[in-house]
Design a protein around this ligand. Structure first.
Ligand code: SF4
Length: 372
């Protein structure tokens, strides 16, 4: 069967034309499926004038099963756990932004992750596979519909959930194209961020293909020795080679490249680390996002206030480019960066209602949710 969520908009148009339907029909189909979240072919015909031949070729579209929703009692982050048809857990995070009513969605691209970053719970999941484009998009549709039902609107998407998006490159780009499509998700390309822990061939491919989505590169550390400890698979590529790819991307876009840096107490936040970052980055235009590590095992701790002050002062001295400290929220529901592993923290404050978990009184401030 044809699944319109597995084809980029142009390929869907071509398929529709082969079935005797015009371009307008493929647009209406995307509008029904992604814009309105309607997956029933009978409704496409009735309300969207999608021709019978096209809807018959598609049939009823499969969905992820929404299993549980948990809401942080501290900051209003929400995590949805979905189950796939083969019984695997996939998680999506709704991130409240500073603008009232605005939400960003953090999508997963894989079940588990083969990159083995030592501080990451996703890396410890046993089952691993790529998600199909439709499984990525259905996270967005269902989370978007949840936000809508709360009177909130989704203004951005980050591919920073479970998995390394560039290990599932084609499906992630297809999903992003459909999200960007004015007849599909209608999300601005600049509001879609794809994060990688540093796959150089895919970064170069992304740059060469000229996508308008934003790229975020996670460094882990500034030296090969420390990266080998913290992000061992990514560290098989020398960090200077990774930085060269980041530089090519920045030059091609004529814009700063986003670098994210997970901060770990006693590990990578000393003055020497800032100095190493400065010499690594050089004059490449970057924006450096600092994110505190969240490690439910307690093995890795976030920097103390004193460590962070020293580190930021050193970064000002050695890097001299924009540095932001990004908030990684939802720690109490294991929704923070590096904690997605299909688990739900059902604390005693958690009330389970009709298959969903709600916790009252969400906190005020929250920010974006960069990858680590
Ligand atoms: S931090 Fe990202 S790339 Fe590293 S193991 Fe976790 S999900 Fe994979």
């Amino acid at each position: 069967m044809l699944d319109p969520r597995e084809l980029r908009p142009e390929a869907l148009r071509d398929q529709a034309q082969r079935l005797g339907a015009n371009e307008l029909a493929s647009r209406r189909l995307l509008s029904a499926v992604l814009g309105q979240g309607i997956h029933d072919p009978a409704v496409w015909g009735r309300s969207f004038q999608v021709p019978r031949r096209l809807s018959d070729a598609i049939g009823t579209l499969p969905r992820l099963t929404q299993d549980r929703v948990v809401t942080s009692e501290h900051d209003g982050f929400e995590k949805i756990r979905f189950l796939t048809h083969d019984g695997l857990a996939v998680e999506t995070v709704l991130i409240p932004l500073h603008r009232p009513g605005a939400v960003s969605l953090c999508l997963s691209s894989q079940v588990g992750c083969a990159m083995a970053c030592v501080f990451c719970a996703t890396a410890k999941m046993e089952k691993r596979r790529n998600l199909a484009s439709w499984e990525i998009l259905d996270q967005w549709v269902q989370a978007r519909d949840r936000a809508r039902s709360q009177g909130r609107r989704v203004t951005g998407v980050v591919f920073m959930g479970m998995g390394e998006p560039f290990l599932n490159y084609d499906r992630v780009i297809t999903a992003a194209e459909l999200l960007r499509c004015p007849h599909g998700g209608q999300v601005s390309a600049k509001a879609i961020t794809i994060s990688t822990v540093g796959l150089v061939p895919e970064i170069d491919r992304f740059t060469a293909e000229g996508h308008k989505f934003r790229l975020s590169i996670s460094l882990g550390a500034a030296t090969d020795e420390k990266r080998a400890r913290l992000v061992p698979i990514a560290a098989r590529t020398p960090v200077a080679t990774l930085m060269a790819a980041a530089r090519r991307h920045a030059q091609s876009r004529r814009d700063r490249v986003m670098l994210s840096y997970v901060c770990i107490s006693g590990e990578n936040v000393g003055p020497d680390d800032a100095k190493a970052l400065g010499s690594l980055i050089g004059d490449t235009p970057v924006r450096l996002d600092l994110i505190d590590v969240t490690d439910p095992t307690g093995r890795f701790l976030p920097p103390t206030a004193a460590e962070m002050t020293t580190f930021r002062d050193s970064l000002t001295q050695y890097v001299g480019q924009p540095v932001a400290r990004r908030y990684s929220g939802g720690a109490d529901i294991q929704a923070a960066c590096g904690t997605l592993a299909g688990a739900l923290n059902e604390s005693r404050n958690t009330k389970i209602l009709q298959g969903q978990v709600e916790i009252g009184d969400p906190g005020a401030a929250a920010g974006s949710h960069p990858s680590i």
